[in-house]
Design a protein around this ligand. Structure first.
Ligand SMILES: Nc1nc2c(ncn2[C@@H]2O[C@H](COP(=O)(O)OP(=O)(O)OP(=O)(O)O)[C@@H](O)[C@H]2O)c(=O)[nH]1
Length: 377
């Protein structure tokens, strides 16, 4: 038999890379670097964020129909709706030639996402599994905050344990000892994942792509258990979809199954607040207030990001913080012309744990005298 006839047929399904990692670990920074690489030509990018107002897609250097924002909540909770719909839609649009052929898909999850339902959906949902294949879970771990996050957040542990590759980000900011301690912890959680040290998001395409089919056997036993639970949920959701409505059923036939109980995937003490400011802000007044907030409440702040309208500056200023650290601000080239940002009001998203909104308000307004817009009724 000719060698080519004996070879396994090539897998023509579209590869999907899941880029995950805890809040602020540097996923968008990695994505922006990747978007400059030739290997990303023809790729669609799906972005998902935790918080009521999406910021990330304005920070990504890609503006076309193949950048999709998944905005029905955290991807691991809405996977059966949002993700499945988006992947079907992309496939059908490419088939109708409304989009160029899809070379690959890259999904940036929220920082609180559990990758298990995403992997499981790619492997078990028939329409998706026939057309797409999981080409790897790549987990960004912040070299400066990662060790603490792994100690405190089960989402961070799952993200690390499920990874095919671990990208240790922000290596420019971390001390050698801290990096080694993090590498050791990650080695215990996930001995088979290659660890790659990164700074400024500069990662080679080879580090991101070509992981091959998801290999549960190479991971710790819990990973198989998590995927098993998710598979059961995918099957249950599919059965519920296929079950005829009550009005179609014969009298006396079995009752419809109870609707699936939503899975509590997130720490219920983690909250997201959006602060909106109508008046342009003094940069010094605002950054002093934010600095005080980080100093006083940094241990309960997981992430802050926003686009700010600064008095005298025509461009939106991007503010980014992780726990008590504020990163250097940057500016976008223009205000987005789509809602909600087309009103050019400043919006700042906080993701916090065990921190009431009133504590933040009392610093912005009570101490710094910065008027915060009232919450919509
Ligand atoms: N110095 C330094 N800063 C970095 C590096 N990677 C990311 N940052 C900064 O860290 C902050 C958060 O980075 P993002 O890329 O937005 O993180 P993310 O994981 O996408 O954040 P979420 O989507 O909110 O979870 C930004 O201000 C980045 O500029 C790095 O390697 N070095």
């Amino acid at each position: 038999m000719a060698a080519e006839a004996a070879a396994a047929p090539a897998d023509r399904r579209i590869p999907v890379t899941i880029l995950t990692g805890f809040l602020g670990a540097g996923k968008t920074t990695l994505l922006n670097h990747l978007l400059r690489l030739p290997e990303m030509a023809g790729a669609a990018v799906l972005i998902n964020e935790f918080g009521e107002v999406a910021v990330d897609h304005h920070l990504v250097n890609k503006v076309d129909d193949t950048l999709v924002v998944l905005d029905s909540g955290c991807i691991c909770c809405s996977v059966q709706g949002d993700l499945v719909r988006a992947l079907k839609d992309l496939f059908m649009r490419a088939l109708r030639k409304e989009l160029p052929p899809l070379s690959r898909i890259l999904i940036e999850t929220t920082g609180l996402a559990d990758p298990a339902p995403v992997v499981s959906t790619l492997m078990e949902e028939p329409f998706i599994a026939e057309r797409y294949r999981c080409d790897g879970v790549i987990t960004a771990v912040d070299a400066t905050h990662g060790l603490g996050q792994l100690g405190e957040h089960r989402e961070a542990v799952r993200q690390a344990a499920m990874a095919d590759r671990l990208l240790l980000t922000k290596c420019d900011l971390a001390e050698a000892g801290a990096l080694d301690a993090l590498a050791q912890k990650l080695g215990e959680l996930n001995p088979s994942a290659e660890q790659i040290r990164v700074q400024g998001g500069e990662v080679a395409a080879a580090a991101m792509f070509g992981c091959g089919l998801y290999d549960v056997g190479a991971k710790r036993a819990e990973v198989a258990a998590w995927l098993g639970e998710e598979k059961a949920r995918v099957l249950e959701a599919r059965a519920a979809r296929l079950k005829p409505p009550l009005s179609w059923r014969k009298p006396g036939s079995a009752a419809a199954p109870a609707p699936a109980v939503p899975v509590a995937r997130h720490d219920e003490n983690v909250r997201s607040y959006v602060f909106t400011f109508s008046a342009p802000l003094s940069w010094f007044g605002f950054s002093d207030a934010l600095g005080l907030i980080l100093q006083v409440h940094g241990d309960r702040i997981l992430r802050v990001k926003g686009l700010m309208n600064i008095a005298g500056d025509p461009l939106p200023r991007v503010v980014q913080c992780v726990q008590h650290v504020a990163y250097p601000p940057a500016s976008l080239p223009a205000w987005p012309d789509e809602p909600p940002y087309d009103d050019r009001r400043s919006r700042l998203v906080f993701i916090v744990r065990d921190l009431p909104r009133s504590e933040l308000e009392s610093i912005f307004f009570g101490i710094a005298g910065i008027p915060v817009d009232p919450l919509p009724a």
